[in-house]
Design a protein around this ligand. Sequence first.
Ligand SMILES: [Fe+2]
Length: 288
Amino acid sequence: MLSVAEQCSNLGFGVGLRTVHYTDFMESCPEVDWLEALTENYLGTGGRPRQVLRQLSMRYPIVLHGVSLSIGGSSPIDRHYLKLLKVLADEVQARWISDHLCWTGYAHHNLHDLLPMPFTEASLAHVKNRVDEVQNYLGRAILLENPSSYASFVFDGISEAQFLREIVLSTGCGILLDVNNVYVSSVNHGLDAKVYIDTLPAEAVGQFHLAGHSQREGYLLDSHIGPVPEPVWDLFRYTLARVGSRASLLEWDEEIPSLEVLLEENEKAKTLAALPSPAIQIHPELHL
Ligand SMILES: [Fe+2]
């Protein structure tokens, strides 16, 4: 089985491939290090999206990012979905495959939302088994992304970061560390974002996500709108110092700007990563 380290070379600074930019990419081949494609948009075997992705895979490294694996769900893993995913990954030579630490449906009903899961010893064992099943089928390690969250369960026994850490150590899967999600969740739950980052095994992090969020009444919403806010850039800087440089990806899904603006924002991540790392101190109360 391909490990996280074997798959996740530092590809540089990529952007999410969105339909509105297909023509730009196809016609002018803009300079960007790599592209992340939303798996579910390309699972059908025909049509323009699949054709575009296939052609772009000859010019850019492609990474597949899914929203339907439902690794935290209680219904059996959808083998048909895995089969289509494997074919697609082979076809576009996907460097790696990622999805979210969440559940998204029940009994073939996809709720099209990344729903929070309980963090208990029982759910930990459940998710470990499912990650093993998925990785064995795909023949490669997957990356799990930390979701943004707005609610937690009263019977949660461990933190999300500790939960993710345990899964990684047991299954050999990797982490897609979404820095904006860490920030959003830490504000929503009153937690320390740096402790979250410190808890994760740095060597298992294969990729970063950067994105914008929106202030709502009493909470932050992971809206993927607008440029990356300053507190997220600050946390990204801390993350770079703590984890090191990794393939980084800018997500912008609401009021999507021109490709030019998107790539300008991506340049900021590149500039930040090139700066010397600030001195950091690991949280003194952290016992891993
Ligand atoms: Fe993300």
